[in-house]
Design a protein around this ligand. Sequence first.
Ligand code: ATP
Length: 908
Amino acid sequence: MSGSRNALLIATGEYENPELNRLRSPARDAEGLAEVLHDPHIGAFGVTHVIDRPQHEVNRCLETFFLDRSRNDVLLLHLSCHGIKDDNGLLYFAAKDTDRRLLASTAVSAAFVHDQMRRCRAKSIVVLLDCCYSGAFLPGVKGDTAVHVTEELAGHGRAILTATNRTEYAWEGDHLTEMVPESSRFTGAIIDGLRTGEADRDQDGIVSVHDLYEYVYERILAAGVKQRPQMWTALEYRVTIARAANGRSQRAGEPTPPAAALEPVPLAGNRGSTDRKTRTAQPTAGDEQIVKVSPPLHVRQPAAGLGTGVMGIAVAADTASDCTALPRASSSLVITGPVEAPLGEARDLRSHTEQTDPSDAITYSLPSLGLLARGGPAKARSAANNAAIAALTKVFADFKVDAAVTGFRLGPTITRYEVELGRSVQAEQITALTKNIAYAVASPDVRITFPIPGSMVVGIEVPNTERELVPLGDVLRLAAAAGEGNPMVVALGKDVEGGYAMANLAKLPHLLVAGAMGSGMTSLIDCLITSIMMRATPEDVRMVLVDPRRVELMAYKDIPHLITPIITDTNRAVEALQWIVREMDLRYEDLAAYGYRHIDAFNRAVRDGTVTTPVGNQRQMEPHPYLLVVVNELADLMMAAPRDIEDVIVPIARLAHTVGIHLVLATQRPSADVVTGLIKASVPSRLAFVTPSLADSRVILDQPGAEKLIGKGDGLFLPKGADKPIRLQGAFVTQGEIAAVVAHCTAQVILARRAASAASSCPEGISGETEPLDGAVGRDGGSQGRPAHRPGPITFKGYTSTVTVYADRVDIKRSFMGKVGGARDCVIPFADVVRVDSKEPTLLTNGYVQVATAQDRGPLRIASGEAQKARANNSRTVLFTRSQRDTFAAYLAEVTAGVQAQSGNCFG
Ligand SMILES: Nc1ncnc2c1ncn2[C@@H]1O[C@H](COP(=O)(O)OP(=O)(O)OP(=O)(O)O)[C@@H](O)[C@H]1O
């Protein structure tokens, strides 16, 4: 696969408009960056840079840059300028002639950039944004402080790295405030990292997007400023920014990686092809000359065949560095370094924050309801209602049906008119009039409920001419006012009576959501997840998000409630669901061992000390958090592996609720091959938005009705045990609100991480311990002895184990993808080792180790009989063969050495 490599660097530091402060270094930065990117030994890009040009020229450059690319090209765009957000929240990049009152015609809109990238065929586009974002708000108004770069620019086949994702400065009157221009730390770090080769974090001779992000992040962290770079990726290929040829690898006498190392390598499901060394050499990119586009503008495209694969957009603005106003630390949640994504696309999600360990939490503050907007007052009776009543009355009179409108309920989306029938009127007479009624009220979407449950009147539902938005915040405020404390209570919306609708997911106990494209299903999923973030700590509720579509749940990728990076790969989804089945089994074992029938009772007993750890058992008893599994979209999974998915979903749906595990399955295709009979039978609560057909409505609700809904959150909710669905208008939460809530949750984690790294350079990590493992094994010391070695977390298929090797035993504190249901610790006494089937454990490229114990069935495999015996004894002791212990010890030594050699990172 051979493509070209091209970079476009757009830097604007000089502005005609005096309201826009001059930025000091973009031109200089762009030149420095152009140099390293163009260097054939480093970036090997054909580089174009555009400095201090007016909007129309910048737009033209951008359009030209993305034009006529091939799929395999690597494109890198670097933007360095003021990023400006208008009153409507739209993002623009300032050009030389930008007037902040005329952004649409004088600034480069992010939507325009997004559009060019969307049309571009290249699937390896890297955007580097070095902007100091400003909110161009009205005087005295401070808009939300998030920039939402991801919403504006992210997309499939792209990686976006930004110096920050927050507005640092707001306009006051006519001027930007607090502007302290200085050289860009972000672009400066990129240049340094590429020039020296230091950005090659995993020392494989190349600087990948993730390498670069990690390097820049650490550099900025080390600078002690508040600014925090961010990254979003949805790359199909592993994109190489540069060879680390000029720097470390050359100094170390290592050969320069071949040109082929610069080519994009397929990511998901192509692990076998990621070994660059086995790839055939391809033509070197980057013989193109640097084209400096300073007035006059000349955009020169690299010659055909000169690879340009990475397109990066870097917005480089001279960021005043103390920009990101993170909230004060309110938690000591412990964050470790980047982790190998256990179930998701490892590379894509490598920036994913290691999940917090709830047991280490001091205080986790829930987001304030103030982050969510308030709605206006509920709509009052209007002339439209009077007209509809008159129209209905006339229809009944015209067709000589003895019926009268006796009242109505004004809901947010529809109004339900209540019609009382005369004694001799048959139901069919009313339903036969549906089309006439629709005609009379001038709406095709009339729905008749016969009768309204619990009453003796017929309901005729007519869409409102003006719909009422139901803000998520309003529903949650009501929940708070009602003293609703259950962390699994989520907002659904507002019913026809105008009452707020909430649901306790734990009681549903599983939910199937369906609806056509644009029906409001994604918004509902957003509301469910945001409700959990607003109301539950990661100790209360953990989540597994499965999103084969990759982008819809991306906003949540860093929240501490996740126990695994968002799962986008079908095979990984099956693995995750299989793990959930195992987790369910283990939770059932706990319940059985202590004589409890429900997880809530068990957790209460753990909290009040009734359930304690048996003497001699190393495991620390902890409550099991609720585990919410959201699958969006089920059809994609069912199409890929129907049998496997059904095989895991059905037992979870049937049994897992007792142990606190709940499913939300969403699909836009509620056909019988997606929502199979077995799945349907196991998921008792359903929520349908408008469906494409009556048949779909029957699949999801077992009755017609959903096909007549009017979209945008208009839904029918059929909770477990109900005969008739409840019509409701789904709650709505904006992407801005979600970003604010996510920022609150993740900021605590970031601060804790910073605090942890400040407190100790390596609290648990390998670099903090230097005593060799084999020196410890066999030495006297006993179980009270201090750990001989602490290699840090070891990950295999999502199981993370922190291994501590003592003189006489190995302790493995295990958790799955973070911490679910308490640690499953193993103690491996060397003296008592019985049996183990050992394969060579694998050292992963990022320094983590694949290992498995007991139930994992992994490289260190324990006979299931032994594991069962251990479990039956309520013991977490796992026994290995005597002969295997040396293998294990040697392996750990090797791994430890390997990890040290590879990164020296702190994994604690
Ligand atoms: N509850 C709601 N209240 C108001 N508007 C809504 C609501 N839900 C959805 N909408 C509107 O409908 C649009 C589509 O909604 P949403 O993205 O949730 O649909 P979807 O069913 O997931 O389809 P798609 O896959 O096309 O996104 C939203 O952008 C929003 O404008």
